[in-house]
Design a binder for this molecule. Structure first.
Ligand code: HEC
Length: 117
């Protein structure tokens, strides 16, 4: 038992030596971290897709741009039907908490169904 303890101690000492010689146990380098420089970039301009750029589309633009671009809407597959758009608007309200009054939600869904089917 005593012998085992000695072997352990010797192993630990050797490991310490190895770490020190590899520079691992030495104090950290004195060099400075690279200076953080501010990065500037220009976001793409938010545009209203042609399909929604008329008077009817205004309700959609007003209610559906707070969280994401309108590209999410106009890139949906066509011909999914009115129920799809009702459900889509309901999901935005119920799941993502879009602050849209029920009457407005219905109007928006109707516009989307007319435009994108
Ligand atoms: C409160 C924030 C919020 C508002 C306001 C909002 N959305 Fe969304 N919308 C989301 C989130 C979050 C996603 C999912 C994003 C993702 O997973 O990449 C999403 C995704 C979508 C998608 C992609 C398909 C899907 O179901 O994930 C469509 C279509 C969509 N929204 C339509 C609308 C319409 C129509 C309106 C206006 C009635 C609207 N959104 C308003 C938060 C919102």
């Amino acid at each position: 038992m005593r012998g085992a303890g000695l072997i352990l101690a010797a192993t630990a000492a050797l490991a310490g030596l190895a770490m020190a010689s590899a520079g691992l146990a030495a104090p950290g380098p004195r060099g400075k971290a690279p200076a953080a420089r501010p990065v500037t970039f220009t976001l793409p301009e938010e545009t209203i897709p042609e399909d929604l750029a008329d008077a009817e589309g205004e309700a959609v633009v007003n209610h559906c741009t707070a969280c994401h671009s309108l590209e999410y809407l106009v890139t949906q597959p066509r011909g999914k039907g009115a129920q799809f758009w009702k459900d889509e608007v309901a999901k935005m309200v119920n799941v993502y908490k879009a602050p849209i009054e029920p009457a407005d939600a219905e109007a928006v869904a109707a516009v989307l169904a007319r435009k994108f089917g």
